[in-house]
Design a protein around this ligand. Structure first.
Ligand code: G5P
Ligand code: MG
Length: 215
């Protein structure tokens, strides 16, 4: 069977958080563009070196680079059951993806901006896996350490208040039109709420129309 999906939402709207619940419940492959770029930055690869300049300024990485990068990541997925998080982020990226791969469903998280700005202050991540924590919401069992590996957690450079505002601006200008692109295709599902705990049961119930839970 095949199932291809995308999760959309403003910076810190909870895409990573909801995706990890989706992976745990339905066992699909999660490809998060930001996580994969950050791994490349740590490894100092050519794409990592280029992406770093944009990410740290709160700007989007150019479309041609992103389309090639994510196409390659998708090609490497063994099963055809996947969820993209953070890609596409412009209408041009969405058009490129649609040309090669039709999607089953696009999930859009709608969380008020004042809540988002507050959240990033407490975010800590485990870089190699993309696991995300928050000192106020899902704190790690041991402060500063990943629950699974015990390795150090880090804060993202682009989580500083001024860069978060820049990212929200970029989202409004470049990414919001992607919502309409998928609405017109008739595959958009929207989930509004103030917390991931409020949004998750609604996401799960929509996905149960397509997938069964892994036991
Ligand atoms: P990213 O990495 O894709 P963003 O900005 O889209 O970055 P981000 O910041 O990763 O998205 P998220 O995944 O939506 O946010 O949210 P999250 O990490 O799950 O949750 C945010 C925080 O809130 C966490 O600490 C979490 O624990 C907490 N939280 C979740 N739910 C709740 C709740 O209910 N209550 C509370 N209190 N807390 C909660 O992209 C980064 C950069 O990479 C480049 C761009 O430069 C981008 O800025 N990039 C691309 N550029 C061009 N094209 C693309 N396709 C690109 N993809 C990435
Ligand atoms: Mg994320």
């Amino acid at each position: 069977m095949a199932f291809r999906s995308v999760i959309l939402g403003a910076p810190a709207s909870g895409k990573g958080t909801i995706s990890s619940r989706i992976v745990k419940t339905f066992g699909l492959e999660h490809v998060a563009s930001g996580d994969r770029l950050r791994i490349n930055i740590t490894k100092n690869t050519p794409i990592g070196k280029t992406a770093k300049k944009y990410i740290e300024e709160g700007l989007l990485v150019p479309d041609d680079l992103m389309v090639n990068f994510i196409s390659e990541e998708i090609r490497q997925i063994k099963k055809n059951i996947w969820l993209l998080d953070g890609f596409p982020r412009t209408v041009s990226q969405a058009e490129s993806l649609w040309r090669v791969q039709k999607l089953d469903v696009v999930l859009n998280l709608v969380v008020p901006y004042n809540i988002i700005v507050d959240r990033v202050k407490g975010r800590w991540i485990h870089l190699p896996s993309g696991r995300v924590y928050n000192t106020d919401f899902n704190a790690p069992k041991v402060p500063g350490k990943d629950d699974i590996t015990g390795e150090d957690l880090v804060q993202r450079k682009d989580d500083s208040p001024e860069i978060v505002l820049k990212r929200l601006e970029q989202y409004e200008k470049m990414t919001r039109p992607v919502i309409n692109f998928y609405k017109e295709k008739g595959i958009l599902e929207e989930f509004a709420g103030n917390t991931s705990d409020e949004i998750w049961p609604k996401v799960k119930s929509v996905l149960l129309n397509y997938l069964s839970e892994v036991k």
